[in-house]
Design a protein around this ligand. Structure first.
Ligand code: AKG
Ligand code: FE2
Length: 318
C-alpha cells in the first residue's frame, strides 16, 4: 500500500469555487488535518507567484545591506516592526539564540483608527523604495487567504461564518521575512536556524522557503515539511490550540542547519503569523469542552497572551 503523506495537501479552490458539498468537504479535511498533525499544504490559493518572488528579491536586497544601514531600521519596539538583528530571538526554553535576522511588516490601519494608537507604525526602507508596496501587497494577499481558511475552520466547528475572521479583521497579524545566513565556522555548535517551537498565533501561512530545513515533530520524531513551488504551508499556533481546548495541536517545528555544501547558502522564508486584534478574547469554543476534556484555559485577551509569549522568547524585556 502507498504510504500516506504525513501532511495533507488541499486545494483552496474546492472552497472558493466549489459546490456547497465541496466547501463542506474542504472544511472537514482542513479541520481534521489540523487536528491530526497541525499542518496542511495549500494549493489553489491564487497568490501570484511573481508577488512572492519579488518580495523575496527585496528582502534579499535588504538583508544584503551593510549592518549599519540595517540597524537604522531596528525600532527596538519589542521586535514587532522593522529590523531585528542576529542574536535577539531564541525559542522558548532554549539557551542560545536562533541563527537568523528578520524584518517585520504589521497591520496598517488608517490614522485615527483606535488601533492606530496601539499598533506601532510600519517602518520603510529609504534605500529600497519599492519594498513598501511589495510588502503591503503580500500582506493583503496572505491576509485574504487567512480569512478564507478561517472561514472554513468556522464551518468545521459549526460556528458562525465570521467567528474567526471577525477576530483577525484589523488584527495584529505580521509578516516576518527571515534571513538564515550561511553557517560559519565560528557558529555556536548548539545554535540552530530556528529552535523547536510552537507558533504563538492562530494560524501561520508559510510561502515556500528558498531552501529546505523546516521539520515538524510528530510522535517524538522529526519529519521534513517541504512545499513545492506555488504551495503554501499552513500550521496552527498556540492561540488556536488554546481556544479549541487543545483539540487542534500547535505542532512543534524547527528549522535545521544544512549539512555539506548547503552550509554556505543563505535560507530565506517569509511566514505570515495570523493574529487577532489585541482586545479579542481567547475564549474556549464551547463545543470543544466535554466531560472527558474539561476546559483547560481561562479566557485571556489576545494582547495579554502575546505579551507573555514575547517576553518568553526574549523579544520584550519585562
Ligand atoms: O523559516 C521557516 O521556514 C519557519 C520559521 C518559523 O517556524 C517561525 O519563524 O515561526
Ligand atoms: Fe514557527
Amino acid at each position: 500500500m502507498l504510504k500516506q503523506p504525513l501532511v495533507t495537501t488541499l486545494n483552496l479552490k474546492d472552497y472558493t469555487h466549489g459546490t456547497s458539498e465541496q466547501r463542506k468537504e474542504f472544511a472537514q479535511k482542513f479541520g481534521e488535518s489540523l487536528r491530526n498533525i497541525g499542518f496542511i499544504i495549500l494549493e489553489g490559493h491564487g497568490v501570484d507567484h511573481n508577488l512572492l518572488d519579488k518580495n523575496y528579491d527585496v528582502f534579499q536586497k535588504f538583508f544584503g545591506l551593510p549592518v549599519e544601514t540595517k540597524s537604522k531600521y531596528d525600532t527596538n519596539e519589542g521586535g514587532v516592526r522593522g529590523y531585528t538583528g542576529f542574536g535577539k530571538e531564541k525559542a522558548k526554553d532554549a539557551k542560545v539564540a536562533d541563527l537568523k535576522e528578520f524584518w517585520h511588516v504589521g497591520q496598517q490601519v488608517p490614522d485615527g483608527h483606535p488601533l492606530s494608537y496601539i499598533y506601532p507604525k510600519n517602518v520603510w526602507v529609504e534605500e529600497i523604495p519599492e519594498m513598501k508596496s511589495l510588502n503591503l501587497g503580500l500582506y493583503t494577499e496572505l491576509e485574504r487567504v487567512a480569512k478564507i481558511m478561517l472561514e472554513a475552520l468556522a464551518m468545521y466547528f459549526d460556528l458562525r461564518q465570521d467567528f474567526f475572521t471577525d477576530m483577525i479583521t484589523n488584527g495584529n497579524s505580521i509578516i516576518r521575512a527571515i534571513h538564515y545566513p550561511p553557517i560559519g565556522e565560528d557558529a555556536d555548535p548548539n545554535a540552530v536556524r530556528a529552535g523547536a517551537h510552537e507558533d504563538i498565533n492562530l494560524i501561520t501561512i508559510l510561502p515556500e522557503a528558498t531552501e529546505s530545513g523546516l521539520e515538524l515533530l510528530s510522535d517524538g520524531e522529526w519529519h521534513p515539511v517541504e512545499a513545492e513551488k506555488g504551495q503554501l504551508i499552513v500550521d496552527a499556533g498556540d492561540m488556536l490550540s488554546r481556544i479549541t481546548n487543545e483539540f487542534i495541536p500547535a505542532t512543534t517545528h524547527r528549522v535545521v542547519n544544512p549539512a555539506g555544501a548547503a552550509k554556505n547558502t543563505s535560507r530565506f522564508s517569509m511566514p505570515f503569523f495570523v493574529h487577532p486584534y489585541p482586545n479579542a478574547l481567547l475564549q474556549t469554543i464551547p463545543s470543544t469542552i466535554t466531560d472527558e476534556n474539561p476546559e483547560k484555559y481561562p479566557t485571556i485577551t489576545a494582547g495579554d497572551f502575546l505579551y507573555q509569549r514575547l517576553v518568553e522568547i526574549g523579544l520584550i524585556k519585562e
